[in-house]
Design a protein around this ligand. Structure first.
Ligand SMILES: *Cc1c(COP(=O)(O)O)cnc(C)c1O
Length: 366
């Protein structure tokens, strides 16, 4: 059982920080896919719209339908696109798909014709990530064909950058050059996309030339920017706490946790914190991570279990059952998402996304 506190003022601060970087003329598409990186999609979607975001970015059709069912009427861009058979629902729920397959474009055009309206889409181009998007070689033909579809409105043109956090890599410049060529192609073909966009958080921070008319920040809005910009600060939005469900003396030479990967070197007070890998406490933190009790840093000892983990309370002598424990956030280096990610051999994105994927997490908004 974890308590996840979401700091809405911090989210608002981060949104305005993005705005201060890109300027007033560039639109901001807040990315709230994957339950807003574990922060709560609906609540943060509402918040982002209040801040003036013209459109929201999500992954899948299902997420889009969830937003609509919760009463969000604003434009919503499906970054991952659609399967052909999802086109009807996309139109029904007024979701704007990223399109990178001609078959899907044709299907949307057919539905548009039947309904007597133009379906807005964003064309997605693969400029070098080899993930989603029309390949460079097929882009000119795709643009020509889609231009002919009377019931499709190309509202946006987009690409995604693979290495925007890496200033040493030439890949971003290379991708941007290819994207510029595609934009030229589209304009020559007579397309007039209102939104031209490429930048994720890394690119927003590192590559001003990637901003075009819209940017797509995700992780930086949640307070874990993948790069730094002088004079701009981002605040962590998520803090995760739990409580000590047991505190007891363990004598010297006893094993702690499954497979006894930690043996007490002397008599120790061992606390058990509710919250395990089923709740998103990465098992890689076993014998490596730390939590905060009171204002004391307490090391995780033994293997993280499914429901809980153990901590060495030697330094928190006053700790007792029921006390609050900070797992993530709280302003400590040891409980920063960056530290977790480093210890778990992953990125902060994955740490966030896994917090509270189970049903045992309580999210509270401030
Ligand atoms: C997830 C995603 C983003 C946001 O990326 P961050 O690195 O979190 O800023 C932007 N664009 C697309 C297409 C994405 O899938």
């Amino acid at each position: 059982m974890l308590n996840v506190r979401i700091d809405l003022p911090a989210f608002r601060h981060n949104y305005n920080a993005v705005k201060s970087i890109v300027g007033e003329k560039v639109a901001i598409l807040p990315v709230v896919k994957a339950d807003a990186y574990g922060h709560g999609m609906l609540r943060l979607a509402e918040e982002a719209l209040k801040l003036g975001a013209p459109m929201l970015g999500i992954g899948t059709l299902e997420e889009g339908i969830a937003l609509r069912r919760d009463g969000i009427a604003a434009p919503v861009l499906l970054l991952d696109g659609l399967f052909m058979e999802q086109a009807e629902d996309a139109v029904k729920y007024h979701l704007t798909p990223a399109v990178y397959l001609l078959g899907v474009a044709k299907e949307l055009n057919r539905i548009g014709r039947k309904k007597g309206k133009k379906i807005p889409i964003h064309l997605k181009f693969d400029t070098g990530m080899s993930r989603l998007g029309f390949a460079m070689a097929e882009s000119r033909d795709a643009i020509a064909q889609i231009k002919k579809m009377k019931n499709i409105q190309v509202e946006g043109i987009m690409t995604h950058l693979a290495s925007s956090t890496d200033l040493q890599s030439p890949q971003t410049e290379h991708q941007l050059r290819r994207f510029e060529a595609i934009i030229g192609e589209a304009k020559r073909a007579g397309l007039k996309p209102a939104y031209i966009h490429a930048a994720n958080s890394g690119a927003i921070l590192n590559f001003k030339s990637s901003h075009f008319t819209m940017v797509r920040p995700g992780i930086m809005l949640y307070g874990a920017p993948p790069a730094e910009v002088k004079g701009v600060e981002f605040r962590p939005v998520m803090a995760v706490t739990s409580r000590l469900i047991s505190v007891k003396e363990v004598s010297q030479g006893e094993g702690v946790g499954y497979n006894a990967t930690y043996i007490t070197p002397r008599k120790k007070r061992v606390g058990v914190v509710l919250g395990g890998y089923a709740d998103g406490v990465n098992r890689m933190l076993s014998n490596k991570g730390a939590a905060i009790v009171g204002d004391k840093i307490v090391p995780i000892i033994g293997n993280v279990c499914m429901d809980d983990f153990m901590v060495d309370l030697s330094r928190a002598t006053a700790a007792k059952v029921g006390d609050e424990v900070t797992l993530l956030g709280g302003g400590y280096e040891e409980t920063s998402v960056e530290k977790w990610a480093e210890l778990a051999g992953t990125i902060s994105y994955e740490i966030f996304c896994r917090i509270g994927v189970g049903s045992r997490t309580k999210r509270v908004y401030r």
